[in-house]
Design a protein around this ligand. Structure first.
Ligand code: UDP
Length: 312
């Protein structure tokens, strides 16, 4: 297949591009490099990979046949939403519209990278795809949450009205190599602090929970969904739930760091708990995460060690 990936220079987009190339597909990667990094895709240059630097909130032009469009472009960390609120809303609305328009014009399949954020601060636990969520539309995270909820609605409108073969993956917290050092999310923040023996900043009292999935497991789930015949949203995430304090302690231990934990104010609307119900992924896709938390964190530490060394 020839597959277009928006956000191809990002964390997940670059892993998706690489795995699709490994499986013999051709990839057209599009990115405006707002939060993406060419360094993430430099190693793909000599392969069947074409890169287009473009902002997908404007009309997207791709020559030739396209079999699938994966719309991954978006700022994706809570500090990005604070710094880039309008770009976050535009890429999730205008960008999704353009990416769907491309899929329709090319008679291609389409997948939107949706998110556990559409469940907001969930009142149902664990979160099943049938849960409608508890989102504050006007809070600081609302720009991301509502753009992704709009994206899901528009995706299903294109499916129902235009007959586009659409997929919705709801991605839970994911970690691995190629996250940005200064991304602000828990795993990269704790790793860069621990590697420098600086204080590790736990927000709130650290009892809030997340469930962290290693990136190769996520990519496997996404590609199974792409090839499946379901048009229903599917959660992809690791159901192993930990508190933020636990993950901070685990990272300090794995790094062998002398860092101490310090407590900082909890950001507004920070979800108190999050864990995917993956029954649908298990039954419809035969998918299950394989990489345990410590194993995945160790692989990620190696990447961040090199990044921290290069930055000092
Ligand atoms: N967090 C933290 N310290 C940090 C960064 C994040 O304690 O330096 C917490 C954050 O408040 C949240 C959890 O870790 O409860 C996960 O945050 P992240 O930004 O990774 O993603 P989220 O799941 O909130 O989108």
């Amino acid at each position: 297949m020839r597959i277009v990936i928006t956000g191809a220079a990002g964390f997940i987009g670059s892993h998706l591009s690489e795995t699709l190339l490994d499986r013999g597909h051709a990839v057209v990667g599009i990115d405006n490099l707002l939060t993406g990094d060419l360094g993430n895709i430099a190693h793909l240059r000599d392969r069947d990979f074409q890169f287009i630097r473009h902002d997908v909130t404007r009309h997207i032009d791709v020559d030739g046949a396209v079999d699938f469009v994966l719309h991954w472009a978006s700022p994706a960390s809570p500090i990005d939403y604070l710094e880039l609120p309008i770009q976050t809303m535009k890429v999730g609305s205008l960008g999704t519209h353009n990416a769907l328009g491309l899929a329709k014009a090319k008679k291609a399949g389409f997948m939107i990278a949706s998110t556990s954020e559409i469940y907001g601060d969930p009142l149902e636990h664990p979160q099943k795809e049938s849960y409608w969520g508890n989102v504050n539309p006007i809070g600081p995270r609302g720009v991301y949450d509502e753009a992704k909820r709009f994206s899901e609605a528009l995706t299903l409108a294109y499916h129902r009205y235009h007959g586009v073969n659409t997929k919705i993956v709801r991605i839970f917290n994911t970690y691995g190599p190629r996250m940005r050092l200064r991304d602000g999310r828990a795993v990269p923040a704790f790793m860069s602090q621990a590697l420098r023996n600086e204080d590790v900043t736990v927000f709130g009292d650290g009892t809030q929970t997340r469930s962290f999935c290693y990136v190769t497991d996520l990519v496997d789930g996404i590609l199974r969904l792409m090839l499946s015949d379901t048009n229903e949203p599917v959660n992809i995430g690791n159901p192993h739930e930990v508190t933020i304090e636990q993950i901070a302690r685990t990272i300090i231990k794995l790094v062998g760091s002398s860092s101490r934990i310090v407590y900082r104010p909890l950001p507004v609307d920070d979800p108190k708990q999050r864990r995917p119900d993956i029954t649908r992924a298990r039954t419809m896709l035969g998918w299950e995460p394989k990489v345990g938390l410590e194993e995945g964190l160790l692989k990620t530490v190696d990447y961040f060690k090199a990044k921290v060394a290069a930055a000092t």
